[in-house]
Design a protein around this ligand. Sequence first.
Ligand code: ATP
Ligand code: MG
Ligand code: MG
Length: 319
Amino acid sequence: IVQWTPFFQTYKKQRYPWIQLGGHQGNFRAGPTPGTILKKLCPQEEACFRLLMHDVLRPYVPEFKGVLEIRVPEQERNSQESETGDKCVIADDTNKNTIVESYLQLQDLLGDFDSPCVMDCKVGVRTYLESELAKAKERPKLRKDMYEKMIQVDPTAPNAEERRLQGVTKPRYMVWRETISSTATLGFRVEGIKFNNGGSTKDFKTTRTREQVTEALKRFVENYSHAVPKYLQRLKAIRATLKASSFFTSHEIVGSSLLFVHDANNAGIWMIDFAKSLPLPANLKKIEHDAEWQVGNHEDGYLIGVNNLIDIFEDIKNS
Ligand code: ATP
Ligand code: MG
Ligand code: MG
């Protein structure tokens, strides 16, 4: 779902509506200086950005410019949880009518583009943490909102018990969701695409087969054939750098995206969204990132997704 975030961004003296392809709308604000945006602080994500600024991956992530605390009116406070994201609200109560919210100050990746086309691909064979699965098994909580979303896509998806209770658990919903998209099979899924010709947007929840995904990516680069070799080069550079990265070796990367951005002249890809990227547990030295996930082995399938993206863009280049 493409969200029309209600703020305008200024960069190079231009003013443009900022584009947000995923996540909860209230998680983002315009930054204090042109070319920066603010994302609601999540301590895990902050820790990742601090490491990434000293890692070989630095050129492939938005620049992290520190934490910013801002005081906002109580009614602007956003406590709603995004569908898959984690709730990360940090507040104090020194003043009854205002609260302090902490934000990560990040480079706006759209800043160097004129009228960009943007695509968010969520990478990995699963988008939930092992800990979330374990927690949900302890105390299964029924989610009516997720049940509603499920039957909207496929009325036959809930089983008899779930229909009776009119609810599903979060991991059940997430496991199901990953089987209707390409996440489980290709190791990535398209979360959203925004073309620069206005409103043209699409729902990719059930874009699952390699053919369907190829069609979506083809449409994304339609009339921008210069972007295809640039994307391929960038993806290959990311893959090579991941293999040399100590951050990548030591972290399980879940729910993170590759953000594709192109305009008439340029094209770039960056890794974003590290709210669910966690250091491996102490008993695990490393993971392969391209091995099959089994509960407990922490494999995320990140490289499966990158490899498939490269294969599909090669197909597009040769077609
Ligand atoms: P979720 O966990 O549901 O995916 P989130 O709240 O963690 O969402 P992100 O995935 O980090 O948020 O970002 C949501 C969207 O905002 C992205 O798809 C992208 O369109 C935009 N975005 C995020 N970071 C940047 C950035 N540094 N520059 C430009 N756009 C960005
Ligand atoms: Mg997130
Ligand atoms: Mg995201």
